[in-house]
Design a protein around this ligand. Structure first.
Ligand SMILES: C[S@@+](CC[C@H](N)C(=O)[O-])C[C@H]1O[C@@H](n2cnc3c(N)ncnc32)[C@H](O)[C@@H]1O
Length: 236
């Protein structure tokens, strides 16, 4: 069950990135904040605390826009990890020259085994929700310094209003690609209680879960921004 969603996701994100590359990658401005929701920023970058000089890792950085934001506007030392070659190519083309930003093409599960320690790890609808938690979370614990912060946005209800699962399993979700038929990706869309439990099992203590609803009228899409701190090993 776990291998199949990962390969479906890899192929879908590669198709997505390739479509976008063919459409022409244009250098875009670095965003002013992190939008944790869909069509809604939520609490922005402030939730990450002071970032100057901090080591920050983004898991599944896509085009690298938020990694570039943290390096450029907050003077953090940022690494963005992206598994799709096409998405990575887009990131390098757009933000490869940003000081204090390192872009790495790797699967987050593999990268976390040999990286760190980081003060902050973020996932903005990134690897955390597209990867089996049992594979990813041990690496997050290992790569985060004690007391360090994990901040991850995840889907809670999709555009149809379909809600989170109470079991640890991926669900198929639509991936919209402009000018093409929608693709399918597997996301872990779980209840906040289940995320809290899963993270605690991996030494990550949830401190806050923010609700971020879509702002468009009649759009039931809702996200959650989960913040957790790296606990000591004897708290696991
Ligand atoms: C929805 S995009 C988000 C990109 C970026 N965080 C943003 O908000 O602009 C998800 C990205 O995560 C990447 N991804 C998914 N699973 C990953 C994994 N296990 N390791 C590295 N990247 C991953 C995908 O290839 C895709 O580019």
């Amino acid at each position: 069950m776990t291998a199949e969603p990962r390969s479906v996701n890899s192929r879908a994100w590669e198709r997505y990135g390739s479509h976008r590359l063919r459409a022409g990658t244009t250098a875009r401005p670095i965003p002013d904040t992190i939008a944790w929701g869909f069509g809604s920023a939520g609490p922005g970058t402030a939730v990450l605390g002071p970032l100057t000089g901090r080591r920050v890792l983004e898991l599944g950085c896509g085009t690298g826009r938020y990694a570039a934001h943290l390096a450029c506007h907050h003077h953090a030392h940022v690494t963005g990890v992206e598994s799709s070659p096409a998405q990575y190519e887009r990131a390098v083309a757009a933000y490869g020259a940003v000081p204090n930003l390192t872009l790495v093409r790797a699967d987050a599960v593999d990268y976390l085994q040999q990286a760190g320690p980081f003060d902050v790890i973020i996932s903005v609808h990134g690897a955390l929700c597209f990867t089996p938690p049992a594979l990813l979370l041990p690496g997050v614990f290992q790569a985060l310094r004690p007391g360090g912060l994990l901040a991850a946005s995840v889907l809670h209800t999709n555009y149809l209003g379909e809600g989170p699962l109470q079991v640890v399993a991926p669900s198929p979700q639509r991936l919209q690609v402009t000018g093409h038929a929608p693709d399918t990706v597997y996301r872990w869309v779980l209840t906040p209680d289940l995320w809290r439990q899963l993270l605690a099992e991996h030494g990550l203590i949830v401190t806050a879960i923010d609700r971020i609803d879509a702002t468009a009228e009649n759009d039931p899409t809702s996200c959650r921004l989960i913040r957790a701190t790296h606990g000591r090993r004897d708290q696991r």
